[in-house]
Design a protein around this ligand. Sequence first.
Ligand SMILES: [Zn+2]
Length: 398
Amino acid sequence: MILTYRYRLLPTKRQHIAFESILEAQRQLYNAALEERIGAYRNARVTRSYIDQTKALTEWRQTDEEARALPVQLQRATLKRLEEAFQSFFRRVRNGEKAGFPRFRGKGSFDSFGFRQFSGISIDRERVRFKGMPGAIRIHPHRPMPADAAIRSCTFRRAVKGWSVSFATSITPSLRSTSQRAVGLDLGITNFAVLSDGGLIPSLRAARRAERRTRMVQRSLARKKRGSTGWCKARTAVARCHDQTARRRSNHLHQGSARLLRDYDVIAFEALNIKGLARGVLARDVHDASWGRFISMLRYKAERAGARLIEVDPQDTTQDCSACGAKVPKRLADRVHECPDCGLFVDRDLNSARNVLNRAGVGPGLHNVAEYGMRAGGKLCCFRGTSSDPCAIETLPN
Ligand SMILES: [Zn+2]
């Protein structure tokens, strides 16, 4: 499987300048290649392919000193990028979607370049080197790459906080784990996820939290004269604000998914209609929660760890009693599940999470509920997780 490791770079001043000029050269190459394709089609109805253009690149490199100053693999990657833009365009045309012809890129909309094969570039003791870059660029090694990771390609990207590099590596996934610690998830807004065993992943609501500050910087930007120094500064402030929110959110999702994969081998969750939810009243919270991204993180982390993910039917997970199966209708405001048939009295989301686990047909199943009651001194108990103590289980007074 292919996993990507991203690192922040610590370029020197000279390297920073080199980065900017390489990026600009690649943008121009991209635009020139696009122009050539358009011209060839207009004049002679010929489609210029990636192969044609790499041949032309080779010829150009033979005649132009400046072109030779950069590794050929780097320039080929830029041409490949255009090729992919065309392929996606043709695919969309075939499928009758909105076509979107590849565009010329302005300075603001071209922020990366890279190597499609890991050749012409080397990495040694947390430093990257390639032709055209003065010296070796220091990587900020916040986490090691696994020893068995073979680097396939890499991309340099300019972001709000500076340059970063992503290495796409191929990694052998683990063998399927033999233990069967199973858990069901109920994804929500109040709590990000409630686990069927009473655990909890709290909500972050990164955007909600940053709302006031975002509004402030956006207002300040709106007041400034377009193009002025103050406007540029305010624009950076807005970008920083969004960037920070995005990083906080992504960090939260990574930590949550990693924790689940550390503690469980089988994870069941509901098939969610995220698009439908994202149109509703809670749209902003749904977007902030990013369940879709969370699930895709779970997928690749599960593959890597040899764990199993099970998607279950979400129909009536809230209404059904997780102990006896009786239907207990609830409104959105009802926070607890109280079953008139078997007397189960638990938090509403916990009841859903257990239903999810039951439907997955794995793990301890129904008898788990009794154990659960036993843990709290033989009484049926209510789940009362808080952000300070996510796994608190409390017995309710009779
Ligand atoms: Zn019941």
